[in-house]
Design a protein around this ligand. Structure first.
Ligand code: FAD
Ligand code: NAG
Length: 486
């Protein structure tokens, strides 16, 4: 059983690793080391700087609306307070008290509002459920949600601040106006890279050690001892040839988790989302202003059902002048041989920075995104898309996280992943519940996050599709530079 004196190794310094370390130190744990192959101390989680984990991004959606999953909704509401406390702590700091990469005017969460939109005039079921769950369990937060086309809601919103009314109508051109949904003025945008810089800083202040960069921070293999019955992990071997021993190894390696723990290939699968950037030229101050986080909300749009549905979102402009647009209606897989397990093929991230680099995205998502943007934001068409990125999710069989001891290792190996595209918002709070699972203190997430694997004949969120499905990266057409123009 772990205790505050245990020597704990965490592999991965993204949201799951950072939040776990932070909350363990708050519980008195004294001996925690995070290993990551990315040199976050030098690149500050900046995705244009050699980082390719899911957490190293410019921005993410912060929402509380979660359909009927009230556990996550409640967690998001609690997390929101913590984000606002972090904002305050940063604002009240002297520049010299902040880590490199962060200054007092940085905010980690901007409450810019989030639009949840869908095709057609009738309110989408998931949105209706989200509103109803909020009404039942957090009515004050339901009061901050405003339904499109509802005159009373619009009046109510205008009384709060006319600025919100502008944001209420800023997406009116979406799908030529034929859309439904609601606007949440308590939701907003996380500035992801800076948020990770701050969380890492808090970890360091609390005594967490970091071993960063390739080769010293990069795990090569787990060190596994085999007895008759059970296996036991005693540490990790890094790519510089050194061995590091510990009482417990926590693998929080996002899309690379199953590459490290072969048994996890039926618990989680990495899949690529399609992300595009439009860089707005400096001289277009009108557009910098229009898309500024003070004037522009996040929008999320869904159309169609079945295999070809559209689901995507857009963000306010970043400090550097980047508009990010993401598509996740279809997520792509990339099968490679497992690095340690013979005869096992698993989906593995392929990015700008991997051995077999990729600098484009499937045409499938790109074409659909262009069509949505051209209608909703025709003023952006002239710029074309300036850069693209594959961002790797770690999907579980049911989109709940996977945070538990891996069976068969005598409680020496712990898996902490399965973000399934929705964990960033929980950076300040996730570790509180990871610690519970580690200490076997049951909470509302214990049954949801327990170890579980895909089974034939049961819904598995695509995990059993393998290399035959329609979303295998090397079988789909990839965009070339001319496709980046509208
Ligand atoms: C396109 C996209 C959009 C998303 N949008 C949202 C959103 O709007 N809102 C939201 O809440 N969530 C969102 N998410 C989800 C969120 O980003 C993830 O759930 C979260 O960042 C996952 O964190 P992680 O720690 O599991 O993984 P990562 O951030 O990928 O961290 C894993 C780390 O492990 C390291 N690692 C891997 N292999 C090794 C090794 N061998 N040795 C050492 N280190 C290793 C990597 O370098 C990496 O830093 C999105 C995800 C994607 C992909
Ligand atoms: C951490 O654990 C290692 C290995 O057991 C030990 O050598 C070291 O002294 C411990 N450090 C602290 C701060 O307890």
């Amino acid at each position: 059983m772990v205790s505050p004196d245990s020597n704990i190794i965490i592999v991965g310094g993204g949201v799951f690793g950072l939040s776990t370390a932070l909350w363990l130190t708050r519980g008195g744990y004294k001996n925690i080391t995070i290993f990551d192959r990315c040199a976050f101390d030098k690149n500050y989680y900046n995705p244009s700087n050699g980082c390719d984990g899911a957490s190293a991004d410019i921005n993410k959606i912060f929402r509380m609306a979660y359909g009927e999953k009230h556990q996550y909704q409640t967690l998001a509401i609690e997390s929101r307070d913590m984000w606002l406390e972090w904002n305050k702590a940063i604002r009240e700091s002297a520049p010299s008290e902040l880590p490199a990469g962060l200054s007092p005017e940085d905010q980690l969460l901007w409450i810019c509002g989030v639009w949840f939109l869908a095709e057609g005039h009738e309110l989408r079921d998931f949105y209706a459920e989200s509103l109803e769950t909020m009404r039942k369990t957090a009515p004050a937060f339901r009061d901050a949600q405003f339904v499109r086309g509802n005159a009373e809601d619009e009046e109510r919103l205008g009384k709060i601040d006319p600025k919100w009314l502008e944001k209420f109508h800023i997406i009116d051109k979406m799908n030529d106006g034929a859309s439904n949904g609601f606007f949440d003025i308590n939701a907003g945008v996380n500035i992801a890279d800076r948020a990770c810089v701050y969380a890492r800083f808090l970890c360091e202040k609390a005594g967490v050690k970091f071993v960063l960069g390739d080769p010293q921070g990069k795990l090569q293999t787990l060190i596994v001892e085999k007895n008759d019955q059970e296996k036991k992990v005693t540490g990790i071997k890094t790519c510089d040839g050194l061995s590091h021993f510990g009482d417990l190894v926590i693998v929080a390696s996002g899309g690379w988790t199953a590459s490290i723990i072969p048994e996890a290939h039926r618990a989680v699968e990495t899949t690529a989302g399609t992300v595009m950037f439009i860089d707005i030229p400096k001289e277009r101050t009108d557009l910098w202003e229009r898309f500024n986080v003070k004037n522009f909300p996040i929008w999320h749009y869904r159309s169609g059902d079945g295999d070809d549905y559209y689901q995507g979102s857009g963000f306010p402009i970043s400090k550097e002048g980047r508009l990010k647009i993401g598509f996740r209606g279809r997520k792509f897989t990339n099968f490679e041989d497992h690095p340690t397990e013979p005869n096992l093929r698993i989906s593995t991230p392929r990015t700008k920075y991997t051995k077999n680099p990729i600098n484009t995205v499937p045409l499938y998502g790109l074409e659909r995104m262009k069509a949505v943007i051209a209608k909703a934001f025709p003023e952006l068409v002239e710029f074309g898309i300036t850069e693209s990125k594959l961002c790797w999710y770690t999907d579980s069989i049911d989109t709940d996280y996977v945070i538990d001891y891996v069976p068969g290792y005598s409680d020496s190996l712990f898996i902490c992943t399965g973000g399934s595209g929705h964990a960033f918002k929980f950076l300040p709070i996730l570790g509180r519940h990871v610690k519970n699972q580690l200490e076997r203190v049951p909470d509302q997430f214990t049954p949801m996050w327990k170890w579980r694997v895909a089974e034939e004949g049961k819904p598995s969120n695509g995990l059993l599709e393998g290399e035959t499905g329609p979303r295998v990266l090397n079988k789909v057409q990839l965009a070339d530079p001319s496709d980046f123009k509208f």
